[in-house]
Write a protein that binds this ligand. Structure first.
Ligand SMILES: [Mn+2]
Length: 318
């Protein structure tokens, strides 16, 4: 769905029907700033909406929610009977939102590539060309308050990895959000990229120490197994490596989780590699061309080997 008018019309029809409804507003596992700020955007037009996350938030999202004094419930603890349904933003796959099971999904607003385990909703607004869901909300909202504009600006900066995946429209939207918020770009940047706390810094540094370095098809490919923070680690490693795969074991669900990143000159679609690797290991995968993830029933080491195997297959296809 490309036309801004069409998207806006759909969003307004959703609002007309559900504006006063008690809906839960949620997003993918491990909320990032795009997830959180998109929730804030929806909540701003749903006075009876309740923001909830399926598990936890990453460090920047957590810090920002605390700064705003935003109450974020746990999705699994909410009583479905008390709500008229669910809104999912920045997520349209059950792989990253298993807790959506059993909920009536009224609205989905997302910018990810369609994945196998796609969720469907009464109102679907998906724009794969948008580099962040926040950017979509900049267009959708009939009115943007100072606070919401600030949040959307923060999410735009964060989700584009400070404009790596931006397009002209991103800068127009950010300029507009800065103007409405009455704040400076530097203030948004501070919340978009907060200083890592010591635990996170050490996790990244340990992952650098424990990584395996390989060369495939002229690309420096690294893998690492970490106890946590796999997406932070994979994005940190890909500051240097062409391709990074970082896995952790999630004991609660007896699954490996992999986060992958590729630098912009890498021609392979990481979301496809993640999907194929996961399918061979009884999991699901997807995401973006340069940033993707998957789950797998195999242990982290075996899962990483599979990711490399699929990558080599892609290299040989070219
Ligand atoms: Mn996003």
């Amino acid at each position: 769905m490309k036309h801004p008018e069409e998207k806006r019309k759909k969003f307004l029809s959703f609002l007309e029907k559900y504006k006063d409804a008690k809906l839960v507003v949620t997003s993918h596992s491990n909320f990032d700033l795009d997830a959180l700020c998109s929730c804030i955007a929806v909540k701003s037009v749903l006075p009876n909406g309740v923001v909830a996350c399926p598990d936890k938030m990453d460090a920047p999202a957590k810090a920002f929610a605390e700064k705003l004094g935003l109450r974020v419930e746990k999705l699994g603890k909410l009583d479905k009977g008390e709500f008229e349904g669910l809104v999912s933003v920045d997520c349209a796959t059950s792989v990253l939102l298993e807790e959506a099971k059993g909920w009536d999904i009224r609205l989905i607003v997302d910018h990810h590539h369609k994945s196998e385990n796609a969720l469907s909703a009464e109102f679907m607004i998906v724009d794969e060309d948008a580099p962040s869901t926040a950017e979509i909300f900049g267009e959708l909202l009939p009115e943007v308050s100072e606070e919401v504009a600030f949040a959307l600006g923060v999410a735009i900066i964060s989700d584009t990895a400070r404009f790596k995946s931006a397009r002209a429209h991103t800068f127009e939207m950010l300029a507009k959000m800065i103007r409405i918020s009455g704040k400076e770009y530097s203030e948004m940047l501070e919340d978009a990229e907060p200083e890592l706390d010591m635990e996170n810094k050490l996790t990244v540094l340990e992952a650098f120490k424990n990584m395996r370095i390989q060369m495939h098809g002229g690309y420096a490919v690294v893998t690492s197994v970490v106890p946590a923070h796999e997406s932070l680690v994979s994005s940190s490693l890909s500051e240097f490596a062409d391709i990074a795969f970082v896995a952790k074991w999630k004991d609660e669900v007896k699954e490996s989780r992999v986060s992958s990143r590729a630098r912009k000159h890498v021609p392979f679609m990481m979301n496809e590699i993640m999907k194929e690797a996961a399918e061979e290991l009884g999991g699901g995968g997807g995401g973006h061309a340069k940033a993707a993830g998957c789950s797998s029933k195999a242990r982290p080491g075996e899962t990483l080997d599979k990711c490399i195997e699929v990558l080599i297959r892609k290299i040989n296809e070219v």
